[in-house]
Design a protein around this ligand. Structure first.
Ligand SMILES: [Zn+2]
Length: 401
C-alpha cells in the first residue's frame, strides 16, 4: 500500500513540508501500528533526523504514543509507535429513517461513547435540532472531558452531491436538496471546526476499510439493509477512495430495477430492489406500522407462514442484488449491515445460498468473494463518518491541530 503525499502547492515552504512529513508518518503508523522511527525512515525515505523531529512533534501534540522497545538487528532498539487513543475524539452520527445514532471514537476507531435514539421521520430542521442536542449530551459525558474533538461527520440516508455538501434526496424521509450541515452547525457552534456529511452506506464502507489494521482487502462493498437499501464501494488507497459517480448516485443499489412492471418505489420508479427487499417493503407486505420496531414485530411472528414467505422472497431478492453488485463492482469483500441483518437466517440464508451458487459462473474458478455479515451494525455508519473526519484531518491542508 502506498502513501500518497499531498502535492506541495507552496514550493519551498518549510512549514508545509513539515506538515506533509507529519501526515505521511501519521498515516504509516495508522496503517501499521508498532513501527519504529527507523522503520519509518527506511520506508518513507526520510532522514532519521526528519523522522525524529516529526515524531517528537506528534508525540507532543497527542497524536502518538510510544510502546514497547523493539529489538533491532543492526542499530539501536527503537520504541514502537502507536496512535494515541487517549487525547482526541472523533464524533460521528447517522441520521436513519427511524433512529439517530451517535458515536465518539478514538483515533483507532474504538468507540468511547455511543447513543441510539429511536425517532420517527421528521423534517430536516427538527432532526437537526434533536441531533444537535444529542451531540451536546454526548460531548458532555465525563469520558469526553479531557479530549479534544477533531470534528463531526454525519451520515445521511440518500445520495450526497460529490461537489457540494447537499443531500440530494432521501426518499424514505421525503427530504430533497437538504444542506444539513447548514442546519446543524449553528446549533452546536462550540463543537469543532470540521464538519462533513456523506451518504450513510458510503460512510460505513469507508469506516469498515479505514479502521482495519490487518487483512485489508483491495476493495470493499458495504450493503446497508434498513428501511431502504444503500451501497458504498471503497478501494484501499491512502486515504481510501469511495466511488461516487458524477452525481453521487454510485452505489444506490436499492433503486436498481429488478421488476420493470413491479410496485412503485418511494423514488417514483417501479420495481426497484427496495420494493421487494427493504425494511419498508417488508413492513408493507406484513402490515407492520412505522412506529413499531420491525425486528421485534417479526421475531414475535417468526413462525407464521406469511412472515416466512415475505422474508424468503426478500432474501432471494437480496441474493440477486448481491450478484449484480459482484458483477458490476467486483469488490474483494462484501459486507452486509443495517438493522435487517438482525432478521437472521430466514432473510439472509436465501441470499447467501443464491450468491454462493452463482458468484463463480463467469470465471469458473474456486476463488470466493468474502461475504461478511455484521453481528451488530448499529453504529457502523456513524463510526464510518468519524473515520472520514480523521482522514480529512490527516490528508487536509490545515495544521494538525
Ligand atoms: Zn426506487
Amino acid at each position: 500500500m502506498s502513501i500518497v503525499y499531498l502535492p506541495p502547492h507552496r514550493t519551498g515552504d518549510l512549514h508545509y513540508l513539515k506538515r506533509l512529513n507529519r501526515s505521511a508518518i501519521l498515516e504509516m503508523i495508522r496503517q501499521t501500528p508498532g513501527l519504529t522511527r527507523a522503520d519509518i525512515a527506511t520506508q518513507a525515505q526520510l532522514t532519521k533526523a526528519t523522522v525524529g523531529n516529526s515524531v517528537q512533534t506528534l508525540l507532543g501534540q497527542g497524536w502518538l504514543s510510544e510502546g514497547e522497545l523493539h529489538k533491532s538487528s543492526g542499530g539501536r532498539p527503537g520504541r514502537a509507535l502507536h496512535l494515541n487513543d487517549e487525547h482526541f475524539a472523533l464524533l460521528g452520527a447517522e441520521v436513519g429513517v427511524h433512529g439517530l445514532r451517535l458515536v465518539a471514537c478514538t483515533l483507532s476507531g474504538n468507540i468511547i461513547e455511543s447513543h441510539h435514539e429511536q425517532v420517527l421521520p421528521a423534517s430536516p430542521e427538527a432532526t437537526a435540532h434533536t441531533l444537535a442536542q444529542l451531540l451536546k449530551e454526548l460531548k458532555a459525558r465525563p469520558s469526553m472531558a479531557d479530549r479534544h474533538c477533531l470534528g463531526i461527520g454525519i451520515a445521511l440516508p440518500g445520495p450526497v452531491d460529490p461537489a457540494a455538501p447537499v443531500l440530494r434526496l432521501a426518499p424514505n424521509l421525503n427530504w430533497q436538496d437538504v444542506r444539513f450541515l447548514d442546519l446543524i452547525r449553528p446549533l452546536v457552534p462550540e463543537a469543532t471546526s470540521i464538519w462533513l456529511m456523506d451518504n450513510e452506506a458510503k460512510s460505513a464502507a469507508f469506516g469498515e476499510l479505514y479502521f482495519r489494521t490487518g487483512n485489508i482487502p483491495h476493495s470493499l462493498a458495504y450493503v446497508s439493509l434498513g428501511t431502504g437499501i444503500g451501497g458504498g464501494m471503497v478501494t484501499d488507497q491512502s486515504p481510501p477512495q469511495l466511488s461516487r459517480g458524477a452525481q453521487g448516485l454510485a452505489g444506490e443499489i436499492g433503486h436498481t430495477v429488478l421488476q420493470p412492471n413491479g410496485q412503485y418505489c418511494h423514488c417514483g420508479n417501479r420495481g426497484c430492489a427496495e420494493t421487494l427487499a427493504s425494511g419498508w417493503a417488508i413492513r408493507a407486505a406484513l402490515g407492520i406500522a412505522e412506529d413499531i420496531n420491525l425486528v421485534d414485530a417479526i421475531s414475535a411472528r417468526q413462525h407464521d407462514e406469511d412472515v416466512q414467505y415475505v422474508l424468503r422472497r426478500a432474501g432471494e431478492t437480496l441474493g440477486i442484488l448481491l450478484l449484480n453488485l459482484h458483477h458490476t463492482q467486483n469488490a474483494a469483500e462484501i459486507v452486509l449491515g443495517g438493522s435487517l441483518v438482525q432478521l437472521g437466517p430466514a432473510f439472509l440464508a436465501p441470499a447467501q445460498r443464491y450468491f454462493a451458487a452463482n458468484q463463480n459462473r463467469l470465471l469458473g474458478n474456486g476463488q470466493k468473494v468474502r461475504l461478511r455479515i455484521l453481528d451488530d451494525a448499529t453504529f457502523v455508519a456513524a463510526r464510518g463518518a468519524a473515520a472520514q473526519v480523521l482522514a480529512t484531518v490527516i490528508h487536509g491542508s490545515n495544521d494538525l491541530v
